[in-house]
Design a protein around this ligand. Structure first.
Ligand code: CMP
Length: 164
């Protein structure tokens, strides 16, 4: 795991208590909404929980990326190369693109408030996708939504091709 995502160890909580806390945080995140309690508990052991202050860089365009990050509390801004921005809030995730295609981070992401994240490493992300159809569906649907937003803004700038 990259050193920028320093794990939060909450007052020396035991591994079991931390896993339970992480499972209860995961329950509130749409990405994990359809997981059974058993799967939540299993995956909770794989994810790291981190807390970072406002202004923290969470991903840098052009850098290698090896984690998926899910926002539990707080907000972040995505800054893409063509100068677009997108706001990410509690329940949103980012970092999936580099995990899927192996290319460098496509955008820079920064915390705009103090932020609490769940961090899932590449190997565990793929494991999860292979085992859980609901997560595949959510990741695909989010990718489509992000593409539509980018395409929508390109078309609007293009004028005559703009959507009604
Ligand atoms: P990745 O390329 O791994 O790292 C940067 C992340 O920013 C990217 O994955 C997506 O999760 C996110 N991202 C990139 N472009 C957009 C966009 N247009 N809207 C929202 N999020 C984006």
């Amino acid at each position: 795991m990259l050193s920028r995502y320093k794990e939060w160890r909450g007052a020396k909580a035991s591994v079991a208590i931390r896993a339970r806390v992480k499972a209860s945080l995961m329950e509130k995140v749409p990405l994990f909404a359809e997981l059974s309690q058993k799967d939540l508990n299993r995956i909770a052991r794989l994810v790291k929980e981190v807390e970072l202050p406002a202004g923290s860089p969470l991903a840098t365009a052009g850098d290698a990326g090896s984690e998926l990050l899910v926002i539990v509390n707080g907000e972040a801004v995505v800054k893409t190369k063509p100068g677009r921005t997108a706001v990410l809030k509690a329940g949103d995730f980012f970092g999936e693109m580099s995990l899927i295609d192996g290319h460098p981070r496509s955008a820079t992401v920064e915390a705009t408030t103090p932020i609490r994240l769940l961090v899932l490493e590449r190997r565990d992300f793929w494991h999860l996708l292979e085992q859980t159809t609901s997560i595949v569906r959510t990741v695909m649907s989010t990718l489509c939504q992000r593409l539509r937003e980018v395409e929508g803004s390109v078309l609007e700038v293009g004028g005559k091709h703009a959507r009604a």
